[in-house]
Design a protein around this ligand. Structure first.
Ligand SMILES: Nc1ncnc2c1ncn2[C@@H]1O[C@H](COP(=O)(O)OP(=O)(O)OP(=O)(O)O)[C@@H](O)[C@H]1O
Length: 779
């Protein structure tokens, strides 16, 4: 360990890792005779070559001899070995041949009491020491040093006879060094108490003048040991107990690599963890016992509680049975008491039988006995009579009750009768209302009024400002509380379905098959539900799809007498230009006015034969449609969409041809420009929309006032709609409104527009039927 100490336990030597503190080394050739021994002083790296000294009669040895001999040395009380103290060894030494002795070299460490160490070598009975600190030469060992220190042989600890470890199989049972460990994971582990020679770290205690073993606590402060422990700790960061590391290092003869190797083999082993003291174990044991005791107590209490609960339920049941019995008995007792009382009251007052004067007449006379008998008989008769009376009375009460029941059922019947009457009156009223509506419709038809339907949008989050006093009236309450009422041909509530809406317009729409021109417009502010009403979502279609499907249905129903063709065109009026939505490049269309009619040359007309065709056409048109977002509705359409369905029917008998056009128009939002805060392109769009919608309003005004000039030409929209508003068509207007109070002003404007339109009388609609060979006026 100290300067010049050598390591010769080479059987357990592990390869050195970089950074491992250098340990004293002796390299030997184990194959045969001694050739060379290098001794290296730690930290100095100096090597003394003994072979070079052999010519100067310096010791030579074979390592095997060296090892064998030192294994036989006895230990002193400190655990160190004394050289030359064993007489047996000495005698054996003497038996060796001189030649052998000449060749034998024994190495030792001399620990001087002044704290210094020297390497010693014994050859041919002479001891030398290496004054490594000064001359680097082998010197004769001074005689006085025998009393000034200790000689410690450099022991290999290898292959000593005593240390030959038996194999796990042939371990000798009589050998008390053989033992076992019961490991929790590895099971039975065989052990062997091997005797090995190890370095033992001493310090010189100047007070006692002795070399004493270094305690672990001291040793951890030793520079070289500290480095070794640091090294192990660095390699095994999980292992933090330095004293523990040093303990294993000691066991591994201060070989950090072996120490690391041993630890890695047993890593994760619970036994490597710091052992608990017996005190801890006892405390844990007591804790476990306490837990066990408490758990048992808890179980006992739980079962007691359960039994108590059961007993309580049973007791409660018994109690309720007793209460029931008691109430029954007391009811019986009360009724018996009443009966007795009643009997007593109705009993004729007969003289109480006199108590026989027993004291005077000791024996009952025969007369008295007879009287008593008579009285008993009378009592019995009275009892029977009372009983009969009671039975008779019960009968009459029953009769009264059945009378009452009968009267009640009579009353019920009469109630049913009045209900029936009520039903009849109600159905009469409904019939009457229907008739009135039909007459009203006929009148409207005759007058050619534009029929106006009002549909509020469904909005669950809105602060509602609408009221529905009847199905023809609607009230709007503005933010200041002011209320306005408007009347229309039909006012729907927000809950109305697409189906409800379509049902009311269905007869007008289907009149198209008879050659009428029909027009349906949806007017209202952005986001009020115009597109929802006209087009609707795929899963809940609006008027457009339903109308075309219905036309297809009616046409097929009449196919026996007439052959029909249906054609659809779709245009968009955007910024006062008419664009064909059914052509790929959304071709711009020019309108030409021919007299009172309008012609749209080159417009695409697509034939429709089945419902699936409609959907495809709608899809194509929709994808071509320009939509842009505004502040109010991000998907708001900023153009008018006009769908024209032409139904031509040829009578199979007469050859007469009817032609009706159904125009379905989803107008652009009618809100004021200021409200949308539109700028740039959006402002231009809004201006164009405003222009066309006010042109429509002007047309309605002119028609309502029967002016001579109707300003159709003021916008593309009114030009296209001219055939529908010009006199021979049927027109319906949907005014779509928002229920939210924040839109009440826009809602009033829309309803105002609808009210004005409602007063327009277009005159009686005319059928467009041409006899065979005739022609239709241009549309
Ligand atoms: N009756 C209704 N029930 C349920 N949802 C509705 C109803 N009416 C409208 N909506 C919904 O309100 C939103 C706006 O409706 P829609 O697009 O039809 O308004 P619009 O008046 O056509 O707007 P724009 O003028 O911008 O085209 C849509 O999401 C639509 O589905």
């Amino acid at each position: 360990m100290g300067s010049g100490a050598s390591k010769n336990n080479s059987t357990q030597q592990t390869p050195r890792t970089q950074g491992t503190p250098r340990r004293p080394q002796a390299t030997t050739n184990r194959g045969g005779h001694f050739q060379e021994v290098e001794l290296q002083a730690p930290g100095q790296g100096r090597t003394i070559n003994m072979s070079s000294r052999s010519q100067q009669s310096t010791p030579r040895s074979t390592p095997s001899n060296q090892q064998t001999r030192y294994a036989r040395h006895s230990t002193n009380p400190n655990g160190s070995l004394y050289h030359g103290q064993s007489t047996a060894a000495t005698s054996r030494e003497n038996r060796r041949t001189n030649e052998e002795k000449e060749e034998d070299v024994q190495f030792e460490t001399f620990l001087h009491q002044n704290g210094r160490e020297f390497i010693c070598a014994v050859r041919a009975g002479k001891r030398y020491y290496l004054d490594d600190w000064h001359s680097h030469d082998w010197q004769f060992f001074p005689e006085r040093w025998y009393s000034e220190g200790t000689l410690v042989p450099l022991n290999t600890g290898e292959s000593h006879g005593q240390n030959r470890v038996p194999s796990a199989r042939n371990a000798d049972d009589n050998d008390d060094r053989v033992g076992h460990l019961k490991h929790p994971k590895r099971g039975k582990v065989q052990t062997y108490l091997m005797e090995e020679r190890h370095y033992v770290h001493f310090f010189f205690d100047k007070y006692s003048g002795k070399w004493l073993r270094l305690p672990i606590g001291w040793e951890l402060h030793h520079e070289l040991v500290k480095q070794m422990v640091d090294h192990v700790e660095e390699a095994l960061p999980k292992w933090r107990d330095r004293a523990d590391i040093l303990a294993l290092l000691r066991a591994c003869n201060y070989n950090p690599d072996e120490c690391i190797g041993t630890y890695l083999v047993l890593e994760e082993d619970d036994w490597l963890l710091p052992q608990r003291t017996s005190k801890d174990a006892k405390a844990d044991e007591m804790k476990d016992e306490k837990i066990q005791e408490l758990t048992e107590k808890l179980h006992k209490l739980e079962s007691e509680l359960l039994a108590e609960k059961k007993a309580r339920v049973e007791a409660e049941q018994q109690l309720s049975e007793l209460v029931e019995k008691y109430s029954k008995i007391s009811a019986d007792a009360t009724s018996a008491q009443r009966q007795v009382e009643a009997m007593q009251q109705s009993r004729p007052k007969t003289a109480r039988p006199k108590t026989p004067q027993v004291a005077i007449v000791p024996l009952v006379s025969e007369r008295d006995l007879e009287e008593l008998n008579q009285q008993v008989k009378n009592l019995h008769k009275t009892h029977v009579r009372l009983k009969m009376d009671m039975l008779r009375n019960i009968g009459s009460i029953n009769a009264v009750i059945s009378d009452a029941i009968k009267a009640a059922s009579d009353l019920k019947k009469s109630d049913v009768g009045s209900k029936q009457e009520l039903e009849e009156i109600r159905s009469l009223y409904q019939r009457e209302a229907l008739q009135r509506r039909l007459l009203y419709n006929q009148l409207q038809e005759l007058r050619g009024n534009i029929r106006v339907f009002c549909r509020p949008r469904r909005d669950d989050r809105a602060r509602n400002c609408l009221g529905f006093p009847s199905d023809q009236d609607i009230t709007v309450t503005n933010q200041d509380g002011g209320k306005k009422t408007f009347s229309f041909d039909k006012v729907y509530t927000s809950d109305s379905t697409q189906e409800n809406i379509f049902v009311d317009t269905q007869p007008i729409i289907t009149s198209c098959v008879d050659g009428y021109n029909v027009c349906l417009l949806a007017y209202g502010q952005t986001g009020s539900g115009k597109t929802f009403t006209m087009m609707g979502p795929d899963n809940n279609p609006g008027i457009n799809i339903r109308a075309i499907s219905e036309l297809l249905k009616v046409c097929s129903e009449r196919s026996e007498t007439k052959s029909f063709t249906l054609k659809v065109s779709m245009v968009e009026i955007y910024n006062e230009t008419v664009q064909d939505l059914l052509t790929e490049d959304t071709k711009v269309l020019e309108l030409s006015m021919v007299g009172n009619s309008v012609k749209i040359p080159n417009i695409m007309e697509m034939p429709v034969k089945e419902v699936k065709d409609i959907k495809e056409i709608m899809k194509l048109g929709d994808s071509n449609r320009k939509t842009a977002s505004t502040k109010m509705n991000s998907t708001s359409s900023r153009s008018h969409l006009v769908l024209m369905i032409t139904v031509e029917g040829e009578d199979k008998v007469t050859g007469a041809i009817s032609k009706g056009v159904l125009t379905l128009c989803d107008l652009a939002g009618s809100e004021r420009i200021s409200k949308t805060e539109a700028t740039g392109q959006r402002l231009v769009e809004a201006a164009a929309i405003n222009k066309s919608l006010s042109a429509l309003g002007q047309v309605f005004l002119a028609l309502r006032e029967s002016q001579l000039h109707i300003p159709y030409r003021n916008s593309k929209l009114t030009q296209i709609l001219r055939p529908c508003l010009g006199g021979d068509a049927k027109a319906c207007l949907f005014v779509n409104i928002s229920p939210d109070v924040s839109n009440s002003q826009e809602t009033c404007n829309t309803l105002e527009f609808g009210s004005n339109a409602r007063q327009v009388a277009l005159g009686q609609a005319k059928q467009n039927i041409q006899k065979k060979g005739g022609g239709f006026p241009p549309r």
